[in-house]
Design a protein around this ligand. Structure first.
Ligand SMILES: Cc1cc2nc3c(=O)[nH]c(=O)nc-3n(C[C@H](O)[C@H](O)[C@H](O)COP(=O)(O)OP(=O)(O)OC[C@H]3O[C@@H](n4cnc5c(N)ncnc54)[C@H](O)[C@@H]3O)c2cc1C
Length: 479
């Protein structure tokens, strides 16, 4: 099967997977009030790839069938630019609000398969072969993947990766005839209710962990023993006028429990092999995945700028402070665009023929975003002020008695009352609602926290010229 449409995607969701929302084991993802909106949105993402086929699809290199361009293993700058167009179309669908649309994991696995040579180290030839086969299956079945790479937090005083064998954390229990049994837990599987399969792969290296923890695999969501506990829903089951974003873009985040789950041998990419676990993420994963995540983030910044401009325009807020705040968002968007451009222009081969963006511009941008996004929300709330809350509902607008009064008292400049209402509702749903709050938390943490990203930026940036500029003064002869 090649690239799927939305109906085909939805048909795979209600398959007995164990998804908990509150104390309810969800019977149907597509019917559940907390989940149906995002299920529908992801179906539209699948439809979009067929509609925007020129940007979003490419021929499978072996079968010629149309697959999503996010499955491409880039071999040149032109490939990266081609992939850029497809990733941008997908990001635009949700204004960058859905961080974990399937292209995120598609790009990750394309990068893994592109460096299968690294995965084959230390006697892991079978694992690497399984990985390459799986990446083809992922592309050809056009699966939606959720993933979990972070260890559950219990006692940070003892470190944030296992030391020895920690029974709380995901680990191998035993070999079976057809694979292995795994047990334990992990965080935090965004998209879990809307995924076909779960991917487990290395997060941070764990130098002192027992090899039992060194695992990577993919398994179907309905694998027996696999359980997902969703966070409180931020989805609002009303209408797209009242809640234009939170009716559809709650991609969910879930805690994962592996209650003795069997992983088939052909789905194992790392089987208790610490050496491989601790090395495969070090070279190309970041620069590869950051092309997707930074295009998504840049799209979201531009969407936020559009919201600020629309609000300011609707009430003719054109004071100095507002213009400066809008200038701040404009600055963020341009820095983001420029960083991605610079990273693509300086793209190079990372080994085994795999091309990725240059890492430093993207490390710099990634380290800035956990600060920029909360500031963007603050700016939108300041520009919007109380206007974010003088927003009659769709039902109020439909009320014959209220409507003439709303039209008379809640108009704007160049926009009627209904349009003004839509602008401020959209901005509030972006920055002020429960969805807005969850999304701010996402931007702070989804790809490492601010502190970790600043540390990586510090490590990744070339320091030779800085040292040279200082040395000139330190080494000059002083009379
Ligand atoms: C909404 C959301 C969705 C997520 N989705 C997924 C998912 O789909 N799959 C998945 O596997 N994970 C997911 N995660 C988990 C995410 O990967 C981790 O939360 C993230 O890597 C941060 O790790 P941490 O929580 O251990 O925080 P830490 O990195 O420990 O950060 C906690 C605090 O300590 C500070 N800090 C930490 N280290 C340093 C340092 N070295 N120097 C200075 N300060 C430091 C940070 O700045 C921060 O304030 C998600 C998280 C969120 C919030």
């Amino acid at each position: 099967m090649a690239a799927r449409n939305g109906a085909q995607f939805l048909a795979g969701l209600d398959n007995g997977r164990e998804i908990w929302v509150g104390d309810e084991k969800v019977a149907s993802i597509t019917d559940h009030p907390a989940l149906s909106g995002a299920a529908g949105a992801l179906a539209e993402v699948y439809d979009l790839q067929l509609r925007e086929a020129e940007d979003c699809l490419m021929p499978d290199p072996e079968t010629g069938e149309a697959i999503n361009v996010s499955h491409m293993i880039p071999r040149s700058l032109e490939d990266l630019q081609r992939r850029h167009r497809g990733l941008e179309r997908t990001a635009e669908y949700s204004g960058g609000l859905m961080g974990r649309t399937p292209d995120y994991m598609n790009v990750t696995f394309a990068g893994f398969a592109g460096r299968a040579d690294e995965w084959a180290n230390n006697g892991n030839g079978h694992g690497a072969e399984n990985l390459v086969n799986y990446q083809k299956l992922l592309a050809r079945r056009d699966l939606s993947l959720t993933h979990t790479i972070v260890h559950t937090t219990v006692n940070l005083g003892a470190g944030n990766v296992p030391d020895g064998l920690d029974p709380v954390q995901l680990h191998k229990v035993e070999d079976t005839e057809h694979g292995i049994i795994v047990r334990g837990s992990r965080v935090l599987a965004t998209l879990a209710p809307f995924a076909d399969e779960l991917a487990v792969y290395p997060g941070a290296p764990m130098p002192d962990a027992a090899a039992h923890h060194a695992l990577s695999f993919c398994i179907p969501l309905d694998a027996p023993g696999l359980k997902f506990i969703c966070r409180d829903s931020v989805s609002v089951n009303s209408n797209k006028f009242d809640h234009p974003l939170s009716t559809r873009f709650d991609e969910q985040d879930a805690f994962v429990i592996f209650d003795d789950v069997e992983v088939p041998r052909e789905r194992l990419f790392i089987d208790a092999n610490l050496e491989v676990y601790n090395t495969v993420m070090k070279t190309s994963w970041w620069p590869n995945i950051m092309q997707q995540t930074m295009i998504r983030a840049q799209t979201k910044l531009e969407f936020a700028r559009g919201l600020g401009l629309a609000m300011a325009g609707a009430i003719n807020r054109d004071d100095d402070q507002t213009r400066q705040m809008l200038g701040e968002i404009a600055m963020f968007t341009e820095f983001a665009r420029s960083s991605i451009f610079a990273a693509e222009q300086a793209a190079h081969e990372y080994g085994n023929g795999l091309w990725c963006c240059a890492a430093p511009p993207l490390f710099a941008l990634r380290a800035a975003l956990p600060v920029w996004f909360p500031r963007v929300n603050e700016i939108l709330r300041k520009i919007g002020s109380h206007n974010l809350l003088t927003t009659p509902s769709k039902a109020a607008l439909a009320d014959a008695e209220l409507r003439p009064l709303i039209d008379r008292y809640l108009g704007g400049v160049g926009v009627d009352a209904e349009q003004r209402d839509r602008i401020f509702r959209l901005a509030w749903d972006f920055a002020g609602t429960a969805l807005g709050s969850r999304n701010e938390q996402y931007e702070r943490f989804y790809l490492g926290s601010e502190g970790r990203n600043l540390n990586w930026a510090h490590e990744a940036m070339d320091r030779e010229r800085s040292a040279r500029l200082v040395d000139r003064f330190l080494s000059e002869e002083i009379d």
